[in-house]
Design a binder for this molecule. Structure first.
Ligand code: NAP
Length: 246
């Protein structure tokens, strides 16, 4: 069964730039009513124009996330879909516990703060869709992405567990695993980023996947093939392949 996005009340967290910003535009163009959140209010206002609600929030602040969710529900008159796109990436050159903690705070605890704020509302409505933006980096370990990849792998597991548990309550969970997307996040990367797509292309893939209720959206197609094959590569062979690329 497909989802008609017309009139759907959608909260996008992490929408001041990149994938979230492009997705806000794509969902607005498909007739949804959108609220956008992140920390940078001026960037959010640029994304929103006069068409979307703007609710600035830092997702590492649990109480602030709870207030932001209440404001979104107020402004949109309810909530049908939440997209969790906020994220943090820093390449580790040395193992660095402080950087590791920041990845945990934003990518994992931040996502958990958002989930805690929205799940009871969707449960009360007996319907809804949670869309989490993870990454193909969560599928296997890659050097430099020890912290990022670990949080992305945890997101995939977390979202899967929620899909199992919340499905019978009418709540669907969509996991998005993008390959490389040309955004602020990747702008400082100094390594090859094969099959990179633009944020508008990523947004179209995600919006199409939500409409089709795809459980796991992986793009572009080359990365979808990678996602199917990567888990099959034996551990020692995986290490050898990527060690030789360092
Ligand atoms: N670009 C890629 O190649 C790629 C690939 C796979 C997965 N992803 C994932 O896609 C998602 C979006 O990333 P992107 O590429 O679009 O990067 P981006 O342009 O840097 O967007 C990241 C978003 O997260 C927000 N954010 C960061 N920390 C936050 C916090 N503490 N509280 C609230 N919002 C916060 C940022 O806004 P503020 O700074 O205004 O708070 C921004 O809106 C991330 O989860 C990323 O891991 C990206």
């Amino acid at each position: 069964m497909t989802v008609d996005l017309t009139g759907r009340r959608i909260w996008i967290v992490g929408a001041s730039s990149g994938i979230g910003a492009a997705l806000a535009g794509a969902l607005d163009a498909r007739g949804a009513r959108v609220a956008v959140s992140a920390r940078r209010e001026s960037a959010l206002r640029e994304v929103a124009g006069d068409r979307m609600a703007v609710v600035p929030v830092d997702i590492t602040d649990k109480a602030a996330v709870r207030r932001a969710a209440a404001q979104v529900v107020d402004e949109l008159g309810g909530l049908d879909i939440v997209v969790l796109s906020a994220g943090y990436w820093k390449q580790l050159t040395e193992f660095d516990a402080e950087s590791f903690q920041r990845h945990l705070d934003v990518n994992l605890s931040g996502m958990a703060n958002c989930l805690e704020a929205v799940i009871p509302r969707l449960q009360a409505a007996g319907a809804g869709i949670i869309v989490g933006i993870s990454s193909v980096a969560g599928l296997r370990g890659l050097p430099g992405a020890e912290a990022y990849g670990a949080t992305k792998a945890a997101q995939i597991n977390l979202l899967e567990a929620l899909r199992v548990g919340l499905g019978p309550q009418g709540i669907d969970v969509v996991t998005v695993c993008p390959g490389f997307v040309d955004t602020e996040m990747t702008s400082t990367n100094r390594f090859p980023m094969p099959f990179m797509v633009t944020a508008p292309v990523a947004a179209r893939m995600i919006a199409d996947g939500i409409e089709r209720r795809t459980a796991r959206i992986v793009f572009p197609w080359q990365m979808a093939v990678f996602a199917k094959l990567a888990p099959l590569v034996p551990d020692r062979l995986w290490a050898t392949i990527f060690r030789s690329r360092k």
